[in-house]
Write a protein that binds this ligand. Structure first.
Ligand SMILES: C[S@@+](CC[C@H](N)C(=O)[O-])C[C@H]1O[C@@H](n2cnc3c(N)ncnc32)[C@H](O)[C@@H]1O
Length: 256
């Protein structure tokens, strides 16, 4: 497997970035483009009332779970493959957070109204398996709110190869690919919105930050390239999306 300059595998390098205080110094406790503004947008599109059960998959520091519980009065809980961030932020004691992989959720069928998955699916090694797990734990007509990075280049009818980014194994997939993945997993897409301006905002913050972390430097290089300031900048076109999808399979089964 390819390793970074520091001898880390791509997944270890990315984990090191997400767990670094340097990234949090730039993003705050919500480790994603758009922060809580985009979470609120997704929730507004779904029109949920206080009391709904929301599972935050890949919850990072647990900041969103806290926000959902305290500000919006949702019954929110979270899981992450790494407990490092929520242990460090002290939220492991005060919030319902657990260690788990998106591909193997330790919850009963149909126990959630909403699954929130922000800036995580592009990092998951088996995204199709994770989406099937989301479907399993969502109630009939339950809703998935997903935001992530994607490739905005046209995919020439699906023949375009996914683009590696940040020198890691994660892939930038096209909208066509993501929509197919959702459909094949049993989700019906309700809303797709482009929010690339939030990625640009974060890119600018990273470029301007003086944080010394190696992976931040790698992010900066990629983002510089994307912004057109380096040769090769037209190779790919990262964007950021928000989507809302409904669990269609269970709805069909119940209605039928
Ligand atoms: C960019 S951070 C986003 C964290 C959080 N959603 C937020 O927006 O603040 C990505 C998170 O996904 C988690 N992650 C990566 N792969 C995962 C998997 N297979 N299952 C669960 N969490 C995963 C990482 O540990 C990390 O905390």
């Amino acid at each position: 497997m390819k390793t970074s300059r520091e001898g880390k595998t791509p997944i270890q390098a990315l984990s090191a970035l997400h767990e670094s205080a340097s990234l949090r110094a730039v993003t705050g406790p919500a480790l994603r483009p758009g922060g809580f503004r985009l979470t609120e947008r997704g929730l507004a599109l779904g029109g949920f009332s206080p009391g709904v059960r929301v599972l935050d998959v890949g919850c990072g520091t647990g900041a969103t779970v806290e926000y959902l519980r305290n500000k919006l009065r949702f019954r929110a809980f979270g899981v992450d493959v790494s407990g490092c961030l929520f242990r460090e932020s002290g939220s492991a004691e005060s919030l319902p957070l657990a260690l788990a992989r998106a591909e193997e959720l330790p919850f009963a069928d149909c126990c959630c109204d909403v699954i929130l998955c922000e800036c995580v699916l592009s990092l998951v090694t088996e995204p199709q398996r994770a989406l099937r797990e989301f479907l399993r734990v969502l109630r009939a007509d339950g809703v998935l709110i997903l935001s992530d990075i994607y490739d905005r280049q046209p995919d020439c009818g699906g023949s375009r190869e996914p683009v590696m980014y940040c020198g890691c194994s994660s892939m930038l997939q096209t909208r066509t690919f993501i929509e197919k993945l959702l459909g094949d997993s049993g989700f019906e897409l309700l809303v797709w919105e482009d929010h690339t301006r939030y990625l640009k905002e974060l890119a600018a913050q990273l470029i301007l930050s003086s944080e010394p972390h190696t992976e931040i430097h790698e992010y900066r290089t990629i983002l510089n390239s994307w912004c057109g300031s380096l040769p090769g900048s037209r190779l790919f076109s990262p964007g950021y999306f928000l989507l809302v999808a409904r669990n269609s399979k269970k709805g069909e089964r119940l209605n039928g």
